[in-house]
Ligand binder design. Sequence first.
Ligand code: PMP
Length: 282
Amino acid sequence: ALVYLNGEFLPLAQAKVSVLDRGFLFGDGVYEVIPVYGGHFFRLSLHLQRLEHSLQAIHLENPLSPSQWREVLQRLVARNEGLDQAVYLQVTRGPAARDHAFPQPVEPTVFAMSNPLKPLPTEWRLKGVAAVTREDIRWKYCHIKSVALLANILLRQEAIEAGAQEALLLRDEQLTEGAASNVFIVRGGVLATPPKGPFLLSGITRDLILELAGEGGIPCRERVITAWDLTQADELWLTSSTREIVPVTRLDGIEVGSGKPGPLWGQMDILYQEYKARVRAG
Ligand code: PMP
């Protein structure tokens, strides 16, 4: 497998970054994860737009234009095995003597790698997963896709140690998102997800589900979801680029709705798989 680092394609083992890189020292960087199906990028321009927004938010100039990004990422995918891949890219503020203040000039580090995109465990689709609720201990810029993920990692690990797959995060008793996913709730046939804002990442999958719901005539709202709403849910879903739509069937040890993946999940999953099949076909 070849990776991309600062203008070159090279074997992973040869891709080296300075220990003074601000990504390493401060978590001073942003990233994206983009699925590839049948060799075709899934919603690439939206990922590149979000990357631009993340970079603007941390006052780091985008080192590549959209067409340069497309070329680099396409070449990366062509140099890696398999038609279904997950491309990871990251831009950091680069190496500099350790100082909180931005270096002048900046030499950003641009890195991208691609890994095979494994299908989801069938168990998750058949039975759903367990989740736990946790206080959202993160900062107030969660709309930035920052590589500084310490809080997300600690929260995900807590979920795993509690025998669950994901932590659903509550800020002042209101749902924001999962440790690495957005969250949807179904109640009385109506789908809902928290509104965008600085407390959650604007998920590409989240937006696609809103689009598909609109086209499919599924009623859908962007609204505040409270801790109490979660206990009343008929269905709960997690969404992310690599895991698609995962039904949550146990929350904090209690069954969600029927305790099985729900009918609206089934309907949305079909719409999502149809959309993916169109991307795959080119
Ligand atoms: N929120 C967080 C905190 C995430 O890390 C992710 C994905 N990694 C998401 C939401 C989902 O975003 P997307 O649908 O763009 O993958």
